[in-house]
Design a protein around this ligand. Structure first.
Ligand code: RIB
Ligand code: CA
Length: 310
């Protein structure tokens, strides 16, 4: 008997993140949307070290009254490059807010083994939301290439769709350019890739009035406002970029976005001393990318979910 496609079924999800401030917003939105069965969170190289990111994930889950979710810190070493963690998100990765201690634990296992086990043993195909560099996923695919068979798709906050003159380097977006060799492996693994580029989070940024509204919404909002003070995205001078939040919104409310098939490559440019994602809308597509976001509806979604916190 055909199994009815149950529209209310929760999406089996793994989140790979580098919790940071916009990752924290994304985690709140994912949990409060109630649309995901979050099986595992792994933390990767990125805004801060993976152990701190993992602690930050538990602090945010405690703050929003979220469920216990298995959280495992990745190794934190890029495939080949030495990287220093940048303090774009403040010392702890969540700005200057000091979270009270909580009893939530972290998995003390190898993140690649946990990823492989969680995906392989799942009865349903798993969707991966990546809102960080892709180092954990590249290591997983290198060690266990068969695991891709049980992955539905990867939704990734990454890259820039801004056109650049031929031969010039596109903007080196962080989640690709911290570990471009890893991104090359992940985008080449044959898993359907859906990209939420940085222009979405830049255009859907919270302005100062909306930051003030966040603060006055509830206690969680007041904590977010303290965190926001440390978020310095060079492209957004008058507010807070919502990069990772837009990736969650793309999964929960795809109707807020316009998308297009696109051909992506990872190319290396001396001018930026790393690899960047190039996008070509005229070549044979190998991914889908968002091209537009309904800013007003995104912000309504953000506040509606924030109001579900206390
Ligand atoms: O370029 C923005 C991305 O880099 C976001 O995911 C942010 O959290 C950082 O990881
Ligand atoms: Ca991130």
């Amino acid at each position: 008997m055909a199994i009815k496609n149950n529209k209310n079924a929760k999406i089996p999800l793994i989140i790979n993140c580098d919790t940071g401030i916009d990752d924290a917003v994304a985690l709140m939105m994912a949990v409060k949307s109630e649309k995901f069965d979050i099986r595992l969170i792994t933390t990767d190289v990125g805004n801060v070290g993976p152990v701190q990111s993992a602690i930050n994930c538990n602090d945010i889950l405690e703050l929003i009254g979220g469920p216990e979710i298995p959280i495992c810190a990745g190794e934190g070493k890029c495939l080949t490059r030495e990287r220093e963690h940048v303090a774009v998100h403040g010392k702890t990765g969540l700005g200057e807010y000091r979270f009270p201690k909580n009893s939530r634990k972290l998995l003390k296992e190898d993140a690649i083994e946990v990823l492989n086990r969680t995906i392989t043993e799942s009865q349903e195909k798993i969707t991966i939301l990546c809102v960080s560099p892709t180092t954990n996923l590249a290591k997983l695919f290198k060690k266990y290439p068969e695991v891709t068979k049980n992955i539905e798709k990867i939704v990734i906050m990454a890259a820039s769709i801004e056109p650049t003159p031929k031969g010039e380097a596109p903007y080196p977006e962080f989640n690709i350019s911290v570990d471009p060799e890893a991104a090359e492996i992940v985008f080449g693994a044959g898993v359907p890739m859906e990209i939420v580029p940085m222009e979405m989070g830049h255009s859907a940024y919270l302005d100062w009035q909306e930051v003030f509204k966040t603060k006055n919404t509830n206690f969680v909002g007041s904590v977010f406002e303290v965190m926001f003070r440390a978020y310095k995205d060079r492209h957004v001078k008058n507010g807070i970029a919502m990069h990772d939040g837009t990736a969650v919104a793309y999964m929960t409310n795809p109707e807020l976005f316009k998308v297009s098939p696109v051909h992506t490559d990872i190319e290396y440019f001396e001018s930026v001393d790393t690899g960047v994602m190039t996008m070509d809308f005229n070549k044979k597509p190998n991914a889908i990318t968002c091209t537009e976001i309904n800013i007003k509806k995104f912000k309504k979604l953000y506040f509606d979910l924030l109001k579900k916190c206390k």
